[in-house]
Design a protein around this ligand. Structure first.
Ligand code: 13P
Length: 343
């Protein structure tokens, strides 16, 4: 695969108001989500859960790609089709999470570094053979007293860049995800400062490892107040701080920025994306979604693991993806929520 092919794939992932569904929770994370709704977590219930999303009629109108996880990319639908093919047949690009999770960073008090570089080249080859066209690696960076530390930021930036270089070598578009977590009581200004202090070394590391910026996507957090902050920043304030931070730190050569939802309420995540896209001034990259919880939560509540609820789950998912897609074009309105409530 050439640099041009990587760029074509990266651009396709952010084109036309479409975005990405992050359905790449590990077995342990998705099990917690299912069990919170008293749904037993088995390989088959996890398959049924993912299949509900992937077979939602008309969903390709809003989704360019789906991030899978190792178990899911190896599974087949109830009709016997590989789940990656169920997506590809609709023109939705299959992607794959390839990191092995955030592990305690030696010598630090509670910070993490994401692992998974050993053997990554071979795993990427295998996933490419299974139809994956892009990949994801998430670093988790906490805000707190003396955090993030430069040791944590530089270790994660280096790992992200080495992962991304291996992806491009194997013809997969890397999604580079340095997530600054929303946990904490910090104000929005602190999130902006920390996110900038993370993005800068991440792009330094990508430059050092000779990445083609045209052939990758950035998956950042939005700039928001900490979950326990006494003042929740307004939607417009979030949009302005987010765009300001990205303008300061993300090169124009990057084709797209695909936000994570990070624990935000699903409607708020839509409102934020919409407000960002409606701001005036230069927005040299496509700005869209790569949400996990914010796209799935309503559908999970409607489904509850029951076959007879698949339609209701799919309707909830379709509606949320439609809202997020409108937000990626700056065309979302709150009336879209009311329309669903009436329907
Ligand atoms: P959330 O949108 O639930 O944060 O998930 C996105 C993701 O891929 C986190 O790695």
């Amino acid at each position: 695969m050439t640099t041009t092919d990587l760029e074509t794939t990266a651009r396709a992932l952010v084109a036309g108001g479409k975005g990405i569904l992050a359905a790449d929770e590990t077995v342990s994370t998705v099990s917690k989500r299912l069990e919170a709704h008293r749904i037993e977590s088995t390989a088959d219930s996890r398959r049924a859960y993912r299949e509900m999303f992937f077979t939602t009629p008309g969903i390709a109108e809003f989704l360019s790609g789906v991030i899978l996880q190792d178990e899911t990319i190896r599974q087949r639908s109830s009709k016997g089709t590989r789940l990656a093919d169920v997506l590809a047949q609709q023109g939705i690009l299959p992607g794959i999470k390839v990191d092995h999770g955030a592990k305690p960073l030696a010598g630090s008090l509670g910070e993490t570094v994401t692992e998974g570089l050993d053997g990554l080249r071979d795993r990427l080859k295998e996933y490419r053979g299974m139809g994956a066209r892009f990949a994801k690696w998430r670093a988790a960076i906490a805000i707190g007293d003396k955090r993030p530390s430069s040791a944590c930021v530089s270790a994660n930036a280096h790992a992200l860049a080495r992962y991304a270089a291996l992806c491009q070598e194997e013809g997969l578009v890397p999604i580079v995800e340095p997530e600054v977590l929303m946990d904490g009581s910090h104000p929005i200004e602190r999130c902006e400062e920390a996110t900038g202090a993370v993005l800068h070394p991440v792009f330094d590391a990508l430059f050092d490892q000779r990445l083609s910026l045209e052939g990758l996507l950035l998956k950042p957090n939005m700039i928001i107040s900490g979950r326990e902050c006494s003042r929740e920043a307004a939607v417009d304030e979030v949009a302005q701080a987010t765009l300001r931070c990205l303008r300061r730190h993300v090169p124009v050569a990057v084709p797209g920025i695909v936000f994570l939802s990070g624990g935000q309420n699903h409607v708020v995540a839509t409102e934020h994306l919409n407000a960002i896209n409606r701001l005036d001034g230069p927005k040299p990259w496509k700005l869209t979604f790569s949400y996990g919880r914010a796209l799935q939560d309503e559908a999970l509540r409607a489904w509850l693991g029951k076959r007879e609820n698949v339609d209701a789950g799919q309707q909830a998912f379709y509606h949320r993806a439609q809202c997020d897609s409108a937000a990626a074009l700056g065309q979302y309105t709150s009336a879209m929520e009311v329309e669903r409530a009436i329907a």
